[in-house]
Design a protein around this ligand. Structure first.
Ligand code: MG
Length: 301
């Protein structure tokens, strides 16, 4: 339990006293975008500044999955199990088909190029929701400096028509996304303006309208300190596990901080995976960690 900090008594049953924080691999530049493939028993993860996607398995450790990766960042799997990726370099959302070819799903809105898609989630209806902040086009480190031609929106891509629509606007730096298990709520982490130390940062919550296509009732959900929440994931009970400057923060649906998992480096992204989705994989700067917990990642409808 030494890596876990109990803040609310409820957290005690959510972590394991004999499960340590495990270092799986190190020597990367900046990890993000973890996604678990239960069928292949592997984790894919982006090493953004090295322009590559890596594969981790328990038996084989880390190997190269794809390079160059167009500075891929966030990932998810769609309802058919295909890999969906956010590309800083190509400023697009793409799908890797079952034959290995790559299909561009979205690269522009109203005839203007997207900024640099960052994180993506899929809803039960097959729609893809992704954030489009300018982080990947503000430096040459994570993609390449280019002009931004669109505000930093959260988009919804309709699975049938392919139409892109703005789901949320007016967020300085929309970043990680996560639906609650019942999909009635969407969490959006706002990491603010990248180079403005005074920018407001926090996790926002939205209600998903009955039509499943639009958002309402924007409100502040939780402000992670130290650091900021980038990637976020819900467990089966709707608790939000958020990346943070000191590790992982676990937040109840009512916004109560339940506890923390302390990690030696800032955590950018995380995902549930492995047996019963009860192991958290943590992207912590140059290092990949994992820890077993006593909650399973949400299995959404
Ligand atoms: Mg992100």
């Amino acid at each position: 339990m030494s890596d876990c900090e109990i803040i609310d008594p409820r957290f005690r049953a959510m972590v394991l006293p004999n499960a340590p924080l495990e270092k799986l691999a190190e020597g990367f530049r900046w990890l993000e975008g973890p996604v678990w493939f239960a069928d292949l028993q592997c984790l894919l993860v982006s090493d953004i500044p090295n322009d590559r996607i890596l594969r981790w398995t328990a038996s084989g450790g880390v190997s190269l999955f794809r390079a160059p990766s167009q500075f891929a960042n966030g990932h998810t799997r769609d309802r058919e199990g295909r890999l969906i990726g956010c590309l800083h370099g190509a400023r697009s959302l793409v799908r890797t088909e079952l034959d290995g070819s790559i299909t561009t799903l979205a690269s522009q809105y109203q005839s203007r190029p997207l900024n640099s898609p960052n994180d993506v989630v899929v809803k039960a209806d097959g729609s893809l929701w992704f954030s489009d902040p300018p982080y990947g086009i503000q430096t040459d480190y994570e993609g390449g400096r280019r002009a931004s031609e669109l505000p930093a929106n959260v988009y919804r891509l309709d699975p049938h028509s392919g139409t892109l629509s703005v789901a949320a606007a007016g967020i300085a730096g929309p970043n990680g996304l996560c639906f609650s298990p019942d999909e009635r709520r969407l969490y959006v982490s706002d990491t603010g303006l990248q180079f403005d130390p005074a920018s407001t940062r926090g996790i926002l919550a939205f209600d998903v309208a009955a039509d499943g296509k639009s958002l309402a009732n924007r409100r502040d959900f939780f402000k992670v300190e130290p650091g900021a929440a980038d990637g976020i994931r819900c467990d089966e009970d709707g608790n939000v596990w958020a990346s943070a400057g000191d590790g992982v923060h676990c937040i109840a649906p009512d916004g109560t901080l339940l506890g923390k998992i302390r990690v030696p480096y800032p955590v950018s992204n995380l995902c549930f995976g492995d047996r019963h989705r009860s192991r958290l994989f943590l992207c912590a700067a140059q290092t990949l960690y994992a820890i077993w917990v006593n909650r399973r990642g949400a299995q959404r409808p």
